[in-house]
Design a protein around this ligand. Structure first.
Ligand code: ADP
Length: 359
């Protein structure tokens, strides 16, 4: 593992600077995320760190050594793209072994490494499968295994979960964090998804219009946003302080207590009972439902609709669930139905809570 420093990086396309004096540091073994809206320059920054794009200004240091002019294949980096790039005609084993064969590893060592990384990403037993026989999530796990096999000093991820459906995405983000902890590798991760960034990062760089707006831990960004952009970009979620009650192995969920309300989140068997966590719950992940849809949701509550605001493309309702005030955004045709609910009781359902990484 190494320390990565990107100092005052600039990349211009024509008149506009896609990246404008961005400085990013990832300490040895740190999980650092670049977070920002689409088009703000995240990917360009990551590609400059990888050596796939040459910066117009600035420099990149790996453990203090200037690598700005060193080509990507000599930087000892691993890059996980949004789109999985497995060879379609090779099975999982061969896909992972390929890079090691190119590097002339002995056969026994290749077998040992392939097994080790497949175990690490929890894909042991899938050696013979062809890429077409894998789900999107499984393919991304194999991709991560393939990148890890060559033992890169730093791993770079460019929106690796964007093509994966919501439920799996939720699971995989924690998996990536677990893999980072187990390998101790320095990782730099790019996403536009605030919940994802908050769940997995030691440190987040918030980027806007090519510039770094603020850097901090998830909690620092949440409690002390330094610019209006950061406040609005981070602030659109429901942030809920909760206490861990217990893990329920039969359902694979963890119970959290918020005042008199009990929330359920998927997974998290390692949480200490009684510890405090912050849960991020996106307004658009909460649905106003009738009885027929109860079974679809892990969490179902009744609440009082305190206010309803028509914002145009969506309707924002503020709903009070026994003292827990939740922002709920309703999109599509349903938003007209919600307009009549002001002052009335409504039933809500949600699945996707993110427990923030605040230790
Ligand atoms: P992000 O990853 O945050 O979505 P990018 O780094 O991909 O953003 O892009 C930043 C800006 O640079 C965008 O406005 C994009 O249109 C522009 N850009 C990226 N690559 C090129 C390119 N090869 N030529 C011209 N403009 C580009």
């Amino acid at each position: 593992m190494i320390k990565v420093e990107a100092i005052n990086l600039v990349k211009r396309y024509g008149q506009t600077a896609a990246v404008d004096k961005a400085t990013i540091t990832a300490d040895k073994g740190e999980f650092v995320t670049i977070l920002g809206p689409s088009g703000c320059g995240k990917s360009t920054t990551l590609r400059m760190i990888a050596g796939l794009i040459t910066p117009d200004e600035g420099k990149i240091l790996f453990d203090g050594k200037d690598v700005t002019d060193i080509p990507p294949e000599k930087r000892n980096i691993g890059f996980v793209f949004q789109k999985v790039a497995l060879f379609p005609h090779m099975n999982v084993y061969k896909n992972i072994a390929f890079g090691l064969q190119m590097r002339k590893y002995p056969k026994n060592e290749i077998r040992r490494r392939v097994n080790e990384v497949l175990q690490l990403v929890r894909m042991g037993g899938f050696e013979e499968r062809m890429p077409s026989q894998l789900s999107g999530g499984q393919a991304q796990r194999v991709e991560i295994a393939r990148v890890l096999a060559t033992d890169p000093a730093v791993l770079l991820f460019d929106e690796p979960l964007s093509n994966i459906d919501a439920k799996l995405r939720d699971e995989l983000k924690y998996e990536i964090r677990r893999i980072q902890r187990e390998t101790g590798k320095t990782m730099i991760y790019v996403t536009h998804d605030q919940g994802e960034a908050f769940a997995i990062s030691d440190k987040i760089y918030v980027m806007n219009n090519g510039k770094i707006e603020q850097v901090g831990t998830p909690l620092e960004l949440y409690t002390d946003p330094k610019t209006p952009f950061v406040a609005s970009f981070i602030g659109s979620s429901n942030f809920i302080e909760a206490r861990v009650v217990s893990y329920q192995p039969e359902s694979g969920t963890t119970l959290l207590e918020v005042g008199s309300v009990m929330l359920k989140v998927r997974g998290q068997p390692n949480f200490k009972e009684g510890s405090k966590v912050i849960v991020s719950l996106r307004p658009e992940d909460i649905y106003i439902i009738d009885e027929s849809r109860q079974a679809e949701f892990l969490n179902v509550f009744k609440g009082k609709v305190e206010s309803v605001t028509f914002v145009g493309t969506f309707v924002r309702a503020n709903i009070d669930v026994d003292g827990l005030l939740l922002k709920v955004d309703v999109h599509g045709d349903d938003r007209f139905r919600v307009l009549n609910l002001q002052g009335k009781e409504a039933q809500i359902g949600f699945n996707n809570c993110t427990v923030l990484n605040i230790q």
